[in-house]
Design a binder for this molecule. Structure first.
Ligand SMILES: [Zn+2]
Length: 149
């Protein structure tokens, strides 16, 4: 079941962010990357917000990050959320995309247990046929991941 009701509006991809959303539907997180200054940016735009270059490509990132900040919403901010109850809106700082932060939700943490700095990893939330949104879940560090790379 999606984190938020499936009656919430689906993304309406634009020319700039269509590759981002298509990759999401394939469970891949792509972030816009400038081939001139080598910095990442989000949301996707036709030119680099750092240096103005239009020489942009996409880099696939791990989906790991930490909660940079969050809020708990108790009020339905959209008619589809009426009666849904509290949910978090979280800003996730990605581990491997410079200072890029995604606005999303952490799906498996109760409102009272949310905290800044929580390690999270991307969770592909299927909200409609063939449509997945990048949401996040708590990241449990395993021994296999320690000290690698
Ligand atoms: Zn740039």
């Amino acid at each position: 079941m999606p984190y938020l009701p499936d009656t919430m509006p689906a993304p309406q991809p634009s020319r700039d962010d269509a590759p981002f959303w298509s990759a999401c539907n394939e469970s891949r997180l792509l972030i816009r990357h400038c081939t001139e200054c080598k910095r990442f940016s989000h949301p996707p735009m036709p030119s680099c917000p750092h240096c103005g270059s239009t020489r942009m490509d996409w880099k696939e990132v791990s989906g790991n990050g930490t909660v940079y900040t969050y809020t708990i919403s108790h009020h339905p901010t959209h008619p589809a959320l009426k009666g849904h109850g509290a949910y978090n809106v979280s800003v996730v700082l990605l581990d491997d995309a410079g200072d890029v932060r995604l606005v999303s939700n952490v799906v498996d943490v109760a409102p009272e247990d949310m905290k800044i700095g929580l390690p999270v990893t991307v969770y592909w939330d299927a909200v409609a046929d063939g449509v997945q949104l990048p949401r996040f879940k708590k990241r449990v560090e395993s021994n296999q991941n320690k000290g690698g790379e």
